[in-house]
Design a protein around this ligand. Structure first.
Ligand SMILES: Nc1ncnc2c1ncn2[C@@H]1O[C@H](COP(=O)(O)OP(=O)(O)OP(=O)(O)O)[C@@H](O)[C@H]1O
Length: 274
């Protein structure tokens, strides 16, 4: 970890009492989280515990049923209260599209536009979401592609790239909107294990710019390397939260201990040959 987190700073992201149900079944149930600028929060938990649903509800890709999301102290989304009061002047559907650039989202499946080349993928969202003039958007895109080491791929289509390169395009596309908050859903799931360290280093650099990152991952090695804090989700609730090393090495909740034990290698590592 780079130590760039600013835990005493005002939160970049606040999630307060978020709830999301599908067909009457609560999947995210009263989740509250706070992430400081420069901090990386990891979300861990067994398959189906609601990690992706939580990320999507934070970003209002699937609007939450209840709760508040704030970015830099300002409301993100309609702020539906338990009493059903909606933020004054809020127009559902229309207004969220204007705010989307404040929370970047890098999907597990990446969702790059297959018919656009790499440069087009990184400029298009800037034009659509921020109405940036084409030359400004292109300059920003080229600078990001260079920074992410894929400038020489600018004219290629996503299908012509490796998984790691495609992921860099998705990260460049999200960064192009300058979001103070970035959400990553399983950023290493499509990558070879040797790229995991590279992705962790890249995300640390991005956080080091003062952005708040929330990262869902199944890989304990990855979250240990990357995250300042972890939240363990079970049954739609955050049942334990704290410094990453503390949760991984000294879990307090038996559900977290069981989850970690199930992921630990079944046999001790072989002793290295002397
Ligand atoms: N759009 C939806 N409609 C109905 N049910 C849904 C929807 N999205 C998610 N669910 C359900 O919510 C539960 C949590 O799903 P979610 O994808 O959030 O879990 P997860 O923790 O991210 O799982 P995984 O680690 O396997 O990706 C699952 O039971 C899933 O079937």
């Amino acid at each position: 970890m780079s130590g760039a987190a600013q835990p005493d700073a005002a939160p970049a992201l606040e999630v307060i009492g978020l709830r999301k149900s599908f067909a009457g079944r609560p999947v995210v149930d009263d989740v509250s989280l706070s992430v400081a600028p420069g901090e990386v929060l990891g979300i861990i938990g067994r398959s189906g515990c609601g990690k992706t649903t939580l990320l999507r509800a934070i970003a209002h890709l699937d609007p939450p049923d209840d709760g508040f999301v704030r970015v830099g102290g300002h409301a993100f989304g309609p702020e539906v209260s338990p009493a059903g009061v909606v933020r004054r002047g809020w127009r559902r559907g229309r207004d969220i599209s204007r705010e989307r650039h404040r929370i970047g989202f890098v999907f597990q499946q990446l969702h790059l536009w297959p018919h656009l080349d790499v440069l087009g993928n990184v400029t298009r969202a800037q034009s659509v979401v921020l109405s940036r003039p084409a030359p400004v958007a292109t300059e920003r895109a080229r600078a990001l592609l260079a920074r992410l080491g894929i400038a020489d791929r600018a004219a290629m289509r996503p299908a012509e790239l490796s998984g790691g390169q495609q992921q860099r395009v998705a990260i460049a596309r999200a960064l192009a909107l300058d979001p103070p908050v970035l959400l990553f859903d399983e950023p290493t799931s499509a990558l070879d294990p040797e790229l995991t360290g590279e992705v962790a280093a890249l995300l640390r650099t991005i956080a080091g710019e003062g952005r708040a990152l929330v990262v869902v991952s199944h890989s304990l090695g990855f979250v240990r390397r990357l995250c300042d804090r972890l939240a363990f989700l079970d049954g739609g609730h955050v049942v334990e939260e704290g410094p990453a090393a503390r949760l991984l090495d000294a879990p307090r909740d038996p559900r977290l201990a069981r989850f970690l034990a199930a992921l630990a290698p079944p046999f001790p590592s072989p002793q290295p040959a002397r």
